[in-house]
Write a protein that binds this ligand. Sequence first.
Ligand SMILES: [Zn+2]
Length: 177
Amino acid sequence: MTLIDQDKIAYLANVLLIAYADKKISPRESAALEEIRKGIDAKKSHMTSAQKNVEGGSYILTKVGSFADQVRNLEDILFVALMDSDPDEQKEKLIDEFSKEIGIYKDQLDRLMSDTARRCDQADHSLACPACSTAIPTQSRFCPSCGAALTATESPAVQIGFEIPPQGYAIEFCVAL
Ligand SMILES: [Zn+2]
């Protein structure tokens, strides 16, 4: 995949928009985001820029690159959406919107969904520590390598101001990217 910097930022912002839809990023989502970032060869600074765009509150899903890139983007969006549990209404709405935008039909989307569910199962067994990227067993509460807390309640959550008009709220972002 050869995306220019701007595309990488938009690609990540699309994924982040879904990840933020329930107002919190779990450690599992953080690990997935990290995997996605590396998958498109994006720098941490790209992720930071994507984060800023989404935090601005007015970011909307944006098509990036070729059709193949867009499908991959959708797959990564699904990956994050399915990471914790079944996507909620807000996430589903965004996924539907994005699928329509790039011309993916419902049956194709369903197929991508089931492929992605399998990918999540595999990721379960090979989660990377969001802090140091060491592969860690899913059920670990702490990273065996760097000691970072991996459960939502014990993570050193960083508050970031993520305002969505009209009612603002802060989300918890559990990892410094
Ligand atoms: Zn670690």
